[in-house]
Design a protein around this ligand. Structure first.
Ligand SMILES: [Zn+2]
Length: 489
């Protein structure tokens, strides 16, 4: 995703799919206190027909080029409005900027809406751009080949958009007795987070889709060897800051070296920062995640994962597992990645200033001032200053792991995927869910399609594709979730 913090899928591929082939069985699940699901339910003919229909919607949505910039999502919003109209569901197209409009539709449970109970199904319509020369198919043609649907947005996020739409429409077709309002929301500008983003939409139109619960992108169903290993449900996210490291000194002719050369001082500061490792801090979400992941990794690593939360071996365990997997390291602590570096205009001139940028990801609840205090102590150089950029991410509350909606997601995913574990997840990247959580929404991140590491890597990359069978399972999962949580039985 363009800009600051949003490339979540590549990280998923790196972080979540390294799990080995260990068997996970019902006994393992029981030992962890995780729900044990009945055997996988076969898709009924009606959901199979629905997912075939949704696959056509997804194909059509891929053909509507919503590369951001410019996004131009209004065309996709109109297409969705047409589908809803044929189902007898009215929707509202909400203009944000020229050519960019969100879409909101609602199925009501009663005349009096109770926003605190409502369920929001959210997905974004925009996609990242493509480098056509590196694709083997037309990225905007919706090519079906060898059991895969190819196209930009097939997974991120038009796949979920179509699956949400299918689940929403299925409620209407079944004339379901809803116990809460269900709201379908298609958003713009997720990839660039500019003038048409969910932040702007919320600021002007919150009353139109205010909800207590939401499901969005941000998690993953990890598949390996045609088997779902586990489902990761995002319940919280780290907070991004960009920090400039600025060294200043005396400019001069390079033939006479100076002790206060800013390039040298900056390099020394970056070296110290790179050696810094912030303290380990387990949150409610990461504690549960590591409990759940332990039985899925090889025995030696699993032993250390289980020792993470112990007083005597915790510190060593954190070192071992941080070395084993950089994504785990990033889940355990605040992290700093130096990403940009600039100094100098001529080879023979000592510059007056040298500058680097750090991309910082804070655990929920940690503060930038505390981290900068540590770094300043470490750098210990009056020539070097740390300056926080104004484009920080939002510190949002964590969604609860105890409410009925989270339980519905866990139960439904376990049922859909043959009892594979369902773990809460704290992402190292930001999503639109932060905006929702700041409005008291219990928001969870999925992407309900079982995907291999190989397919996860294609998102935002070349030849993005979704296995048709995975798409169908994702549609089934969304149908299960909305039925379990929003329909009176
Ligand atoms: Zn996305």
């Amino acid at each position: 995703m363009i800009g600051k913090q949003k490339s979540w899928m590549g990280v998923m591929a790196l972080g979540l799919a390294i799990i080995g082939e260990n068997s996970w069985g019902a006994n393992n699940l029981r030992a962890q206190g995780l729900p044990v699901a009945p055997p996988a339910v076969q898709s009924t003919p009606s959901t199979t027909a629905l997912s075939q229909e949704a696959l056509r919607w997804l194909t059509d949505l891929i053909k509507i080029n919503t590369s951001n910039p410019p996004g131009a999502e209004e065309a996709a919003a109109k297409y969705i409005a047409g589908i809803l109209q044929r189902e007898g569901i009215s929707s509202e197209i909400v203009p944000l900027t020229p050519g960019r409009s969100a879409l909101i539709a609602r199925l009501r449970n009663s005349a009096i809406a109770d926003p605190s109970r409502a369920l929001l199904l959210v997905a974004h319509m925009d996609v990242v751009g493509v480098d056509r020369s590196r694709w083997t198919v037309d990225p905007f043609a919706g090519v079906l080949k060898d059991g895969f649907l190819y196209g930009r947005g097939a997974v991120d996020d038009k796949g979920m958009l179509a699956a949400n739409l299918a689940a929403f429409v299925s409620l209407k077709r079944a004339n379901a007795r809803l116990n809460r309002d269900v709201i379908f929301l298609a958003t713009c500008d997720e990839e660039a987070f500019g003038d048409a983003s969910i932040k702007v939409l919320i600021a002007k139109n919150w009353d139109k889709f205010a909800a207590g619960f939401a499901i969005n992108e941000g998690g993953v169903v990890v598949e390996k060897g045609s088997k779902v290993l586990y489902t990761a449900v995002q319940a919280s996210e780290k907070v991004t800051y960009n920090v400039d490291v600025v060294a200043r000194g005396t400019s001069g002719h390079a033939s006479i070296p100076l002790k206060d050369n800013p390039v040298s001082h900056l390099a020394a500061a970056i070296d110290k920062i790179s050696g810094y490792s912030a303290p380990v801090h387990l949150t409610a979400v990461t504690r549960r995640y590591f409990e759940g992941i332990a039985p899925l990794v090889d025995d030696e690593v699993g032993k250390w994962v289980r020792s993470l939360d112990t007083a005597d071996r915790g510190e060593h365990a954190a070192r071992v597992i941080s070395d084993a997997n950089p994504a785990w390291n990033a889940m355990l602590r605040d992290t700093i990645s130096p990403t940009m570096l600039s100094a100098g205009v001529r080879a023979n001139v000592i510059p007056a200033e040298a500058r680097a940028t750090l991309n910082v990801r804070l655990l929920p609840g940690d503060t930038i001032d505390t981290l900068l205090g540590q770094l300043n102590k470490l750098i210990n150089d009056p020539q070097v200053k740390l300056e926080v950029q104004q484009n920080a991410g939002l510190a949002a509350p964590t969604s609860s792991l105890e409410n009925d909606f989270y339980n519905s997601i866990v139960k439904s995913a376990a049922q859909e995927f043959g009892g594979a574990p369902v773990l809460p997840y704290q992402s190292t990247w930001g999503t639109d869910s932060a905006q929702l959580r700041l409005h008291n929404v219990q928001a969870y991140g999925l992407v309900p399609f079982p995907l291999t590491e190989e397919d996860l890597k294609r998102m935002h990359g070349n030849d993005e594709r979704i296995p048709v069978a995975s798409f169908s399972k994702g549609v089934d999962l969304m149908v299960r979730i909305v039925n379990d949580f929003a329909v009176s039985h």
